[in-house]
Design a protein around this ligand. Structure first.
Ligand code: NAP
Length: 338
């Protein structure tokens, strides 16, 4: 057997154990892998940035949940952007920027399962943020399709200073809604009001959320875009306006113990207020992705849509970045730059 010479070493993050409750850095292991020669039709991509998403946590349990379970020793499934550095494939040239499910690793070698992206007008990381499937595109469909927010609606978004949340609030503002964000801490609330131009913000860690919702939404909540779940969902149900709509995007407060998720106890408010509550997964809107990319891209160009980034450096810091997501370490998109 011949050994490949001068090949890069791929450094990757694998699952060491299924997390028990909150995810910990010790749930992961970092490994080095020697890459072989490039085969026919294969491409070598150097990853430049990894998207750190809440959904990653839901794929780490032993029991399959929202997403396919990662086996012990399996590479952590993540989205990312990178650049082709070697190619035996006519469709990919050296220098092409790509985006897709690249995994938590420094290099990706094999047959391409990702797509080419145009990073001539926006930085490649925009395809993980405002133009990212699990971020901007998720927020777009959650607000406009699932919740059907329209001008004049009072919209409340939980996890509002995170990646999906910070785009959801901006899309709702662009559409002429009154928008209130819920986030942890005064700094994030100031960011929502002063930098994203929201009509109000609630610090769920320190404020009386029910009292603040009543104060800021005197006519009730027309639309709730929920990233958090748990107690917050009940508070909003109790303050729902007539014909109010709730879009379940996720429930990050419940991801530590997915076998015992706290459901809403005030769901009868839906009957009393003629309300609706629905969920969605972004991929269900695949036939409308082009429109979402066009709108989000245009709003970015017009300066109406911004995406702050929180950055960790280096693959070894991927576990730290993921743990940070569950401690509110990020404002906007959490990325690991390589
Ligand atoms: N339906 C879909 O297709 C789809 C697609 C992508 C993502 N999602 C969902 O979208 C949500 C946001 O995901 P993301 O990747 O963009 O993450 P993110 O919002 O960037 O980061 C998570 C944020 O959630 C907040 N948080 C963490 N634990 C919390 C808790 N126990 N209670 C309240 N807030 C908590 C933290 O902010 P604070 O400092 O404010 O606490 C943290 O910054 C998640 O629920 C995810 O599952 C759904």
């Amino acid at each position: 057997m011949s050994t490949a010479t001068n090949r890069p070493i791929n450094r990757r993050v694998v699952l060491a154990r299924h997390p028990d409750g909150m995810v910990k850095e010790s749930d992961f292991r970092i490994e080095d892998e020697e890459l072989g020669e490039l085969g026919k039709g294969e491409v070598l991509v150097k990853q430049e940035a990894i998207s750190v998403d809440a959904f990653i946590r839901t794929a780490l349990n032993e029991v399959e949940g929202l997403h396919t379970a990662t086996p012990i020793g399996g590479i952590i499934g993540t989205l990312g952007v990178g650049r082709v550095i070697e190619s035996n494939n006519d469709d990919f040239a050296v220098g092409d920027a790509v985006s897709g499910g690249l995994g938590a690793q420094t290099y990706v070698q094999g047959s391409p399962t990702y797509m080419k992206i145009d990073d001539s007008k926006v930085p490649a990381t925009a395809y993980l943020g405002a133009l990212g499937l699990t971020t901007g595109v998720t927020a777009y469909f959650g607000i406009l399709n699932c919740a059907a927010a329209k001008a004049g609606d009072t919209v409340v978004v939980s996890g509002a200073a995170g990646a999906v949340g910070s785009i959801a609030v901006q899309v709702a503002k662009i559409k002429g809604c009154k928008v209130i964000g819920i986030a942890g801490g005064q700094k994030k609330c100031d960011f929502l009001v002063n930098e994203l131009g929201l009509d109000g913000a609630i610090d769920y860690k320190n404020d009386d959320v029910d009292a603040k919702i009543k104060e800021l939404c005197p006519g009730g909540v027309d639309v709730f875009f929920d990233n958090v779940g748990g107690e917050l969902l009940d508070i909003i149900l109790d303050n729902l306006a007539m014909k109010g709509r709730i879009a379940i995007c996720g429930a990050i407060s419940q991801y530590g113990d997915q076998q015992n998720i706290r459901g809403p106890s005030l769901y009868l408010r839906l009957a009393e207020r003629w309300g609706t509550m629905g969920g969605f997964v972004v991929s269900y809107y695949a036939d409308q992705f082009e429109k979402a990319y066009a709108d989000l891209g245009q709003w970015m160009e017009e300066g109406k849509l911004v995406m702050p980034e929180t950055i960790e450096e280096g693959i070894d810091n991927f576990p730290k970045a993921l743990v940070g997501l569950f401690n509110g370490a990020n404002t906007g998109k959490m990325l690991v730059k390589l």
